[in-house]
Ligand binder design. Structure first.
Ligand code: GSH
Length: 212
């Protein structure tokens, strides 16, 4: 299996996370942000992540990829899911974008390894989210807006090693979002969220991304 990915991409991290939980080797290929040709050659459009299965077929949906990896060998996502966690994740991701998007290009990540790739990202994201410097200047306000969400998550966490007590798809929904937002220096997670983030990252053997 080969995953075409961006290092900063939380959807990609869903797939990397399930592979790590299952101790399965996943070949990873980081695509430069401006390398649309590679994506189009694989699946006919610009999209990341792309998982090319052992039979050569490409998958386009991250949760289908998680399911595909999960079906190999003994299952690990055996716990129940809670609809409130899925709802939480859906709302949270929209609130984190103004904080994370203008920081990713400052982290020295491989998808921005050429000036052309970096500029490609900046130009297309700026159209959607606005000027990066202005977004970063509003950091305090955006961090403040996340407070109630993080407190709500804190109240929902049952164990530092599984949101619902036993690993489930909910962990795949939430940990990648925490990894993303942890790039924001000065953002403090509530205690149970911090414990969960640290112990899950250690469990899957990943260092957090740099924070800025
Ligand atoms: N439903 C898809 C969504 C994939 C997706 O939206 N990917 C985005 C974020 S990485 C993307 O490819 N955006 C195009 C781009 O970065 O130009 C999934 O879960 O895998």
């Amino acid at each position: 299996m080969k995953l075409y990915m961006f290092e900063h991409c939380s959807l990609c991290f869903r797939v990397r996370m399930i592979a790590a939980l299952k101790r399965l080797h996943l070949q990873e290929a980081v695509v430069l942000d401006d390398d649309t040709e590679t994506m189009v050659a694989l699946v006919g459009k610009r999209v990341i992540p792309i998982l090319v299965k052992d039979d050569g077929q490409a998958m386009l949906e991250s949760m289908d990829m998680v399911d595909h990896v999960e079906r190999r060998g003994d299952p690990v996502l055996t716990g129940p899911q809670r609809p409130e966690i899925a709802a939480w994740a859906e709302a949270f991701v929209t609130k984190t974008a103004p904080l994370t998007m203008p920081r990713y290009p400052l982290l020295g990540l491989p998808e921005f390894g050429t000036l052309a790739a970096l500029d490609h990202y900046t130009v297309r994201k700026r159209k959607v989210f606005g000027d990066f410097v202005e977004l970063r200047a509003d950091t305090r306000r955006y961090i403040g807006a996340l407070g109630p969400d993080l407190e709500a998550l804190d109240r929902m966490i049952e164990s530092p090693l599984a949101l619902n007590g036993t690993l489930s798809v909910d962990d795949i929904r939430v940990l990648p979002l925490l990894r993303s937002v942890a790039v924001v220096k000065g953002l403090r997670f509530p205690r149970k969220v911090q414990d969960y983030f640290e112990s899950m990252m250690a469990r899957i053997g990943y260092q957090p991304l740099p924070a800025i």
